[in-house]
Design a binder for this molecule. Sequence first.
Ligand code: FES
Length: 180
Amino acid sequence: MNQVFEAGGDAGSASNDPCAHPSGDDRFARLDVSMNRRMRRGDALIEVLHDAQLIFGRLDLDVLMYVARGLRLPPSRVYGVATFYHLFRFNAVADHNCVVCLGTACYVKGGDELLRAAEEGGGVRPGQTHPSGRLSLETARCVGTCGLAPVVVYDEQVQGNQQPALVRERVKGWLRHEPV
Ligand code: FES
């Protein structure tokens, strides 16, 4: 399947493209082939992101920006689509990590609402790392401190009796580079 992305094919080599990625990384040329084969149509965004993940193994901010430029779409749209679907990965090591406990004791006290708040505040889904590398989000099935439920673990520090507003602000702060 990967052969469809080989650079140099008649359908889309980007070797003379003045917009080629300045790094010279030939994986971007292969991504150009993918976009060219789809006539750089904006409605092919999901297919192109899928190809990008096959080529790079994950979707970093640089790749998302390259796709946005290549398909002439707002970066916010590309980012929004990429983070909406669970099949896309941004799994670089992050500066900060948020783990929302969804074990029974936490769940009955609103663990699912805490997770929603973390997703909204951080712009990521469980299992993903934000393309900026500032944060990753995970869930757990009981972290062993049920008496403090509902629990969130921020950078390995367990915090009990959490509320959605607290979680949202904490992860938003990470994205704003606020000290913790
Ligand atoms: S269920 Fe969350 S700490 Fe046990």
